[in-house]
Design a protein around this ligand. Structure first.
Ligand code: FAD
Length: 576
């Protein structure tokens, strides 16, 4: 005998009247316990309503766009034999907690030396872009996966205090700058008025939407999320608070944290990037220590908000390591906007005073700032997880060495993301995460072997590069041919009022195969992707030159630069 029951929206916390944004089932579909039925979206998160019982959907009672609250009927379900043990749906969180263990997939992971059934086939430590990607891929490949994260919110540095909140604020900065730029073109807006609390609240909704989405995705995949600080206590065991979790294989994705300079005063006006993303107010004068990507992105935000910004950088150029011709247009623009840029300069001392932070620089100058942002790089968390208890080697700086399959010196323990070194970038971490999960699942040929990892400074103008740089080519003695297209000859750049850019391509002499690219200008971060694709596909100058780019776009500058190399450019006069 089978019964038909109404499935209602369970306890969804404080949310009421939230829209249904997706319906995953239709009349006649068979569902199992925990299968997602519908997705609801609040202003903070998206959440799936899982099936509390197995059965066959008889009638849908909602459509996309309908607004529902706790208790609203979603559908009717004809129960299979098992039926509910109690009437009504269990509360949302309980439902998630009561999720049955995923049907055991063949344990393709590296064998455990201890033998026996472990709690997880794959345990992932850290839920940043590396960790959550690895956990989700492992689960999708049929592995019973546990994800350990010390914070309540998933997503790591990138989603919570890195890429995403910084880009939300940088978008606001771009809008302010664009409005200002139009003054010379006949449109004058009033001086912007900032409601800092509202701006930060909007930034947080962006973060919450993404991190809430991850929680939903983990639940859908039946990845068990354990919140707490994890530390290794053995080669197959991680302790999280009072609980110990054993694993067949582990992926360490514990990331990095902001580096601090020694001898700085313990003062709330000395901040790192996390503090800079959630300021209590806008400082009148801000000193940014470190002219790398993170420091300059934050400088862009504060400049737009009205701070007078000074940047101090130890090396002889901003964004050290990046080709100087790419940095030049950025430096030119910000030199006009910022109070000062000190290159080849270090901070000799910072003293906390009542009226501000008195900073002395190595060039002998001194000044008082309302806030000092320390953006001098990031240190990996390798020494903070007791990796040695699992026998995992960690180098002096805290990095965990791995091979191309992301395997550490312990064959069943892998590491990915910022903690393994290389460019500390989210997209590198997530690709490594997929590789580690696939290797554990026994996927043939899985290894991390990209031809290029793009880097982007989301400054104004943006600076982006990938593959070979001229700086690296010169220091490593690599021969290359260079082709540059100045944005002053781009119709699109001129019509945006932003001709301050260049697109540069580096080719292998003879074959003219693409080796690297660098772009500076508005939107360079979006443009660089085409060149990464071209490099991965082994494209040469002719391939890029013959690719028809839409007109007028900034993407044309890539085609034009290739035409410069190919010798077919007509939009410039190149004397040979
Ligand atoms: P993380 O994101 O660092 O995540 C590690 C996770 O592990 C964290 O959630 C942490 O809480 C958890 N964890 C650590 N130890 C433990 C433990 N013992 N127990 C439990 N959990 C633990 N990169 C880009 O590609 N593009 C950008 O635009 C960009 N912008 C950035 C802006 C800022 C301001 C900052 C700070 C960084 C930015 N990055 C950007 C870098 C990017 O955030 C990192 O490269 C990326 O987050 C690394 O991912 P991950 O998975 O290795 O580690």
């Amino acid at each position: 005998m089978s019964d038909e029951v109404e499935i209602r929206v369970p306890d969804i916390g404080d949310f009421t009247d939230v829209p249904v944004i997706e319906i995953h089932v239709g009349a006649g579909d068979e569902v199992s316990v925990e299968d997602p039925l519908v997705t609801l979206e609040s202003d903070k998160a998206t959440m799936d309503v899982p099936a509390p019982f197995g059965g066959v959907v008889r009638q849908l009672r909602v459509s996309i766009g309908d607004r529902v609250s706790e208790g609203s009927v979603l559908l009717t379900l004809e129960l299979d034999g098992a039926g509910p043990s109690a009437a009504g749906a269990p509360p949302y969180d309980e439902a998630a907690a009561a999720a049955p263990a995923q049907a055991a997939a063949p344990p393709a992971a590296a064998p455990s030396p201890e033998g026996g059934e472990h709690d997880a086939q794959v345990l992932v430590l850290g839920s940043g872009p590396g960790g959550y990607t690895a956990a989700f891929r492992a689960a999708d490949l049929g592995l019973r996966t546990v994800l350990v994260e010390r914070y309540e919110s998933l997503g790591g540095v990138c989603l919570n205090v890195g890429c995403i909140p910084s880009k939300a604020l940088l978008h606001a900065a771009r809008v302010v700058a664009e409005a200002e730029e139009m003054a010379s073109k006949g449109i004058t807006f009033g001086k912007p008025r900032f409601d800092l609390a509202a701006l930060l609240a909007w930034k947080q909704t962006v973060v919450d939407k993404l991190t809430g989405g991850l929680t939903g995705l983990a639940r859908q995949r039946k990845v068990e999320v354990v919140h707490g600080v994890g530390r290794f206590v053995g080669p197959n065991t991680l302790a999280v608070g009072d609980r110990t979790i054993t694993f067949d294989s582990c992926i360490i994705a514990a990331g990095s944290q902001a580096a601090m300079l020694p001898d700085l005063p313990d003062d709330e006006r000395v901040i790192d990037s996390t503090g800079a993303l959630s300021p209590a107010d806008v400082p009148k004068r801000l000193l940014v220590i470190g002219g790398g990507i993170i420091g300059l992105e934050m400088a862009t935000v504060y400049d737009a908000l009205g701070s007078r910004v000074t940047v101090v950088e130890l090396m002889s150029q901003l964004i050290p390591g990046c080709d100087s011709d790419l940095v030049r247009p950025l430096q030119q623009r910000i030199s006009e906007r910022y109070e000062a840029i000190h290159l080849e300069t270090s901070v000799a001392s910072v003293k906390a005073q009542k009226g501000g932070l008195k900073v002395e620089l190595s060039d002998g100058s001194s000044s008082v700032y309302d806030r000092v942002l320390v953006a001098v790089g990031r240190v990996p968390n390798g020494h903070a997880i007791d990796a040695t208890a699992a026998g995992v080697a960690v180098d002096e700086r805290g990095f965990i060495p791995v091979d191309r399959q992301m395997r550490t010196n312990v064959p069943w323990i892998y590491a990915i993301g910022d903690i393994v070194g290389g460019p500390m970038l989210a997209h590198k971490a997530s690709h490594e995460g997929k590789v580690a999960a696939e290797v554990i699942a026994g996927e043939a040929g899985a290894e991390f072997d990209p031809r290029a990892i793009p880097s982007v400074a989301y400054t104004d103008p943006e600076v982006a590069w990938m593959g070979l740089t001229e700086t690296a080519a010169r220091s490593d003695g690599v021969a290359y041919e260079k082709a540059v297209f100045p944005w002053a000859a781009s119709g699109r750049a001129l019509s945006l009022g932003r001709a301050d850019g260049i697109t540069k391509l580096l080719f292998e002499p003879g074959s003219r195969r693409l080796l690297g690219a660098g772009i500076v200008g508005v939107g360079a971060g979006e443009l660089i992707a085409e060149t990464v694709h071209a490099l991965e596909m082994g494209a040469d100058a002719e391939d890029l030159a013959l690719t028809i780019h839409p007109h007028p776009t900034l993407s044309e500058t890539i085609g034009f630069a290739a035409e410069v190399a190919h010798g077919s450019i007509t939009d410039l006069l190149v004397r040979r």
